[in-house]
Ligand binder design. Structure first.
Ligand code: UDP
Ligand code: MG
Length: 333
């Protein structure tokens, strides 16, 4: 595999963004710790406190006293789930990195299976796919369904449906992510777009163990908008289409104006005003659309995503092993 060795020998990092999760931490520790201790590998838990206003940090430090593998990263202010995730992923030391929600909706026991699948299948990404979300509200299920359908159309079918932010990635993926200058990453779309070999592990989404959701409607809308804007210049192209349509309508209406003029049913000056207004409006929209096209390209350049993904190169001898253990199929389990 292409993964560079980590400096401190940590095999697994578990990154957990937390915003006002004091109520759930004891239950989380009780379930997560036995799973990780049983792995028989060096691990760290990276709890990212996303500017919580409750006792999250105090409770974390309390547990950290007799759990040396628990590491706490404190953000100065609330920056949002994906930003907190970014902080954790960028700072994790592990050879493998799992991201997990604090609320036990993603069962920690699945982590062991993800690690096994990643090692056995030789893949860089293992998605946790929700096989059953009956514990979520009807509204959450409907909005999620629509979101994943839209995103698969925008980004491509590489995006596994119903895969949120519970996933395991290799060091190679982390290093690729660290090099991206993207400011508002939406990992559930960005990681599939990077094209690493992947597999899926199914799990049943549980109910929140304690506390309440930190994703009210306005945050869901913000995530959806980030997802669209990160992966599509379609909104920019709207002006081009509107311009083209009004331009075509204008051509028809010019004919109508001239006929009306010839039949003498217009007041003087109407025809020229009518045609000029339509034509200028259309031309302006087309020009805006053109600008949009270039802005879209500048945006894509600034995002700095790789345009190709080298899996292996036989000229680099230390990589030769990766041809041997390259997955034969698509890697999707
Ligand atoms: N979260 C965060 N910052 C925020 C909002 C949420 O770090 O501003 C964390 C939260 O503590 C949890 C995860 O993101 O660990 C997912 O949030 P939640 O479970 O409330 O979302 P839901 O499952 O309801 O969509
Ligand atoms: Mg949750």
């Amino acid at each position: 595999m292409l993964v560079p060795e980590t400096t401190d020998g940590t095999i697994l990092s578990v990154v957990i963004p937390m915003y006002n999760e004091a109520a759930v931490i004891p239950a989380l520790v009780t379930r997560l710790r036995p799973v990780l201790d049983a792995l028989g590998a060096d691990y760290e838990v990276v709890a990212v406190d996303d500017g919580s206003r409750d006792a999250t940090v105090a409770v974390l430090f309390d547990h950290g006293r007799n759990w040396p593998q628990l590491r706490v990263i404190r953000l100065r202010r609330n920056s949002g789930h994906q930003a907190a995730l970014t902080a954790g992923l960028h700072r994790a030391h592990g050879r493998w990195v799992v991201s997990l929600d604090a609320d036990l909706q993603d069962p920690p026991e699945t982590i062991a299976e993800m690690l096994r699948v990643a090692r056995e299948d030789g893949v860089d990404v293992v998605y946790g796919v929700r096989a059953d979300r009956s514990t979520d509200t009807f509204f959450k299920r409907r909005t999620a369904h629509t979101y994943y359908r839209l995103m698969r159309r925008l980004v491509g079918t590489d995006v596994p449906a119903q895969a949120g932010d519970f996933r395991l990635v290799s060091r190679d993926v982390i290093e690729t992510l660290r090099r991206l200058p993207e400011r508002t990453p939406v990992y559930r779309l960005l990681i599939p777009a990077l094209g690493f070999a992947s597999a899926e592990v199914r799990y049943v989404r549980e109910a929140r163990a304690a506390g309440e959701t930190k994703y009210p409607l306005h945050r869901m809308v913000a995530l959806a908008w980030d997802s669209v804007a990160n992966f599509s210049a379609a909104p920019l192209r709207l002006a081009t289409w509107l311009g083209a349509i009004s331009f075509l309508a204008c051509v028809g209406l010019i004919g109508f104006g001239i006929v009306a003029h010839l039949r003498g049913v217009t007041i003087p000056g109407w025809t020229s005003m009518f045609v000029a207004v339509l034509l200028l409006g259309g031309v302006q929209l087309v020009c805006l659309g053109l600008l949009g096209e270039y802005v879209g390209r500048i945006y894509a350049t600034v995002q700095g995503r790789p345009t190709y993904h080298v899996g292996a190169d036989s000229a680099e001898t230390e990589l030769s092993a990766s041809f041997a253990d390259a997955p034969t199929g698509s890697g999707r389990g």
